[in-house]
Design a protein around this ligand. Structure first.
Ligand code: CTP
Ligand code: MG
Length: 232
């Protein structure tokens, strides 16, 4: 199993001095938090971090620090790579997929911005993929009522809330399916599962985790710090 952590975004909505992946929460970079949890997952053999092109050394430092934060045999034999990302998230995912060894069967794609997603969530996603589902995403029930609007802001539809899920990462895939989905992608999608949906293949949603919340704005950093102080 391989994990691709995409960390090449600028973090414009966070508005920090540098790329979001290197912003610290409780003294540790978001990317380091993400690596530390990903490499604690049971099945991982290969880790690719996709980083901002001018920050590859800094990203490699986060990989080393994240691995150092995990004790035990899980990390033995783990192979890592750091590669430069592209202009859009989808380009960065493809850059990561491009360096995976041929024998990788299951790929998890994870946002560095979901820095506190726990190892158990990685394990649950992998188990569902190995159980026969070609695409698996964690998701949480939506608490707000969601409206679809037109260009003028007028509501066109109100989807039944009970059937909506806010999906997270890590998203897990049969490797061949994910490669095919990205090769066929004519334009960008906001997640990888959407590309698999376009192939007409089923995507399974499993229970997500509050800790996999995406850090997007400064308020999200405050929530992450609170969760860490409570032992996340
Ligand atoms: N990402 C990436 N390459 C890009 C854009 C995004 O690897 N060209 C990654 C980000 O680093 C992040 C994840 O995709 O881990 C989710 O993206 P998002 O939360 O939108 O992060 P940013 O694009 O960095 O933030 P913003 O949209 O606010 O600029
Ligand atoms: Mg973005």
């Amino acid at each position: 199993m391989a994990v691709v952590i995409v960390a090449a975004g600028s973090g414009s909505r966070l508005g920090a001095d540098g790329p979001k992946a290197f912003v610290e929460v409780e003294g540790t970079a978001l990317l380091t938090h993400a690596v530390c949890r990903a490499v604690a997952s049971v099945d991982i053999a290969y880790l690719v971090v996709v980083a901002p092109p001018h920050h590859l050394t800094e990203a490699a430092g986060c990989v080393a620090a994240g691995i150092a934060g995990v004790a035990g045999p899980v990390v033995d034999g783990l192979v890592t790579a750091v590669v430069p990302g592209g202009p859009e998230r989808g380009d960065s995912v493809m850059a990561g997929l491009a360096v995976l060894p041929a024998d990788i069967e299951v790929v998890l794609v994870h946002d560095a911005a979901r820095a506190l997603a726990p190892a158990a969530l990685f394990d649950a996603v992998v188990a569902a993929v190995r159980g026969g589902h070609p695409a698996v995403v964690p998701g949480l029930p939506v608490v707000d009522t969601i409206k679809e609007v037109d260009e003028a802001g007028v509501v066109r539809a109100t989807p039944v809330r009970a059937r909506l899920r806010a999906v997270q990462t890590p998203q897990g895939f049969d490797r061949a399916v994910l490669d095919r989905a990205h090769a066929a992608a004519a334009d960008q999608a906001t997640d990888d599962a959407a590309l698999v949906e376009r192939l007409g293949l089923p995507v399974l949603v499993i229970p997500g985790d509050l800790l996999a919340h995406k850090i997007t704005t400064p308020a999200d950093l405050g929530l992450a710090a609170l969760l860490l102080r409570r032992g996340a």
